[in-house]
Design a protein. Sequence first.
Length: 91
Amino acid sequence: MESQPVKPELVSLFPNPAADLFHITYLLPFEKNSAFIRIFDSMGNLLREENITNGFGILELNAVQFESGLYYYALEVNGNKVASDKFSIIH
């Protein structure tokens, strides 16, 4: 049986809402050139960009670097946004 190719995806962000440390889990295909998780504020301004490399991973971030509010995160693979979602920070 031939294995199915891995589809890139954002698996989860937890906890949501976040007050201190939060985690973004993701799944990447092994045949990628580049992959990033990007965090945007509610106005669409890029606040953070993290280069990610392995197939399944967990990115840990600290919520204290962000003000309370609504944010968006996106997974970009090989120059294409393949998934996005929103999350909240509360202090």
